[in-house]
Design a binder for this molecule. Structure first.
Ligand code: UD1
Length: 372
């Protein structure tokens, strides 16, 4: 008899490290399910996709919907249109979506209207900032999900506040940290990542380097904000050299606002988007990470590396209450003082949250085997 199918969905870069350990569990011969992997194609550049599949050992997607970029409405609608026939063909027992990108809500919405159960991994996180596209995706996906897997206990309260029945909610830990723990030993040394960089020695010296990532529309789509942030990055680089892998959205905004000159110093190393193992290598050795990413706030907490978050809020508060994360927004004085704190005292320290132990995917599949 054939096994019941679970259609798993990925679309954008942060989805790849979340799906990897789940696919690995679902692919085990003793697993009662058969996974079918759909890539929506929201991210399509080689650096934004292929290197992740290879490095994380994710099987080639069974289908790539090739939606590409577009406005939120166009991108979401395209995913929905192209995902529906997949469900009609595969007739899965459930679909599994991760995180909070446009592909997450688009596929969840198609499935729920077809009466196919929706499983949401990384449910219940809330920034309470509805200007973030991801917050809308989180709230709506959770409302239409049947099984909700949470990464930190207090996510359950967020869900309860929105009237979501608690019997579908399971605290399992963090699949992104499963991937981190599985791969940290294979991380690419920074010296290798910077092999082709001319003045690489200063980044490799004992005084260390800062790692910067930035791509949120609220930080990079507004000229005044982006300019302010890049100015403070340049100032920081005089104290500690900065490695800056640049997301395509950020690269195009820097270009559009003619701000590249601000990064024109040997103290800032500009790179294209890095593969997972290169980023992990740099992150784990950084003296300081400056970021507006959600995942990197969690990864730095798991690694015990100081993180200064260039956002006004976080949907991952445990990285602040228990981890190494400090939220500073885009206020120049706050950024300066958080950076100084790390450079002079090594930052606030922290501990690894409960169940961020590399076994979240195993717990998820155990719940699925019991429920379906
Ligand atoms: C998306 C997610 C965000 C996540 C981020 C990680 C949503 C709403 N946002 O944002 O949560 O943190 O991915 O990267 O889903 N582009 C390329 N090549 C690609 C993909 C994108 O050049 O492979 C460029 C395009 O110009 C595109 C822009 O980047 O318009 C933004 O891409 P998009 O997928 O719309 O959103 P992200 O900003 O990447």
């Amino acid at each position: 008899m054939s096994k019941p199918k679970i259609v798993c969905v990925v679309g954008a870069r942060p989805n790849f490290m979340k799906i990897a350990p789940i696919m690995a569990q679902l692919k085990k011969p003793e697993c009662k399910f058969e996974p079918y992997l759909v890539h929506t194609g929201q991210h399509y550049d080689a650096e934004m996709k292929h290197s992740f599949f290879d490095q994380l050992g994710i099987p080639e997607p069974d289908v790539d919907l090739g939606v590409g970029s577009g406005s939120h409405a166009v991108q979401t609608a395209e995913v929905m249109k192209r995902f529906e026939p997949v469900l009609d063909g595969q007739k899965p027992a459930a679909i599994l979506v991760v995180g909070d990108v446009n592909s997450t809500i688009a596929c969840a919405l198609v499935a729920v209207k077809k009466d196919i159960p929706v499983i949401h991994v990384e449910a219940g996180l809330r920034s309470y900032d509805r200007k973030m596209p991801e917050e809308i995706n989180r709230v709506l996906t959770d409302q239409i999900s049947d099984l909700l897997f949470i990464t930190e206990r207090h996510a359950r309260d967020n869900l309860a506040r929105e009237g979501i029945a608690t019997d579908g909610v399971h605290f399992v830990g963090n699949v992104m940290i499963d991937t981190l723990l599985n791969h940290v030993k294979r991380a690419v040394p920074v010296a290798e990542t910077l092999a082709a960089v001319e003045n690489k020695e200063q980044f490799l010296s004992d005084s260390g380097f800062a790692l910067l990532t930035m791509h949120r529309p609220s930080n990079v789509d507004n000229q005044e904000t982006l300019e302010r942030l890049l100015n403070v990055v340049r100032e920081t680089s005089e104290r500690v050299p900065v490695i800056f892998p640049i997301h395509p959205r950020t690269a195009s905004m820097i270009d559009q606002f003619s701000l590249a000159g601000l990064l024109d110093t040997p103290r800032i190393c500009r790179l294209g988007p890095l593969g997972y193992l290169d980023l992990l290598g740099a992150m784990s050795k950084a003296r300081l990470v400056l970021t507006d990413s959600g995942g990197i706030q969690e990864e730095t907490t798991a690694l015990g590396v100081p993180c200064v978050t260039l956002r006004e809020n976080t949907e991952r508060p445990i990285t602040v209450t228990e981890g190494t994360n400090t939220i500073v927004g885009t206020d120049v004085d706050k950024i300066r003082s958080a950076v100084s704190e790390v450079l002079s005292n090594g930052g606030k320290g922290g501990c690894v949250p409960e169940y961020w132990d590399g076994r979240a995917a195993e717990r998820i599949v155990a719940v699925l085997e019991e429920k379906f």
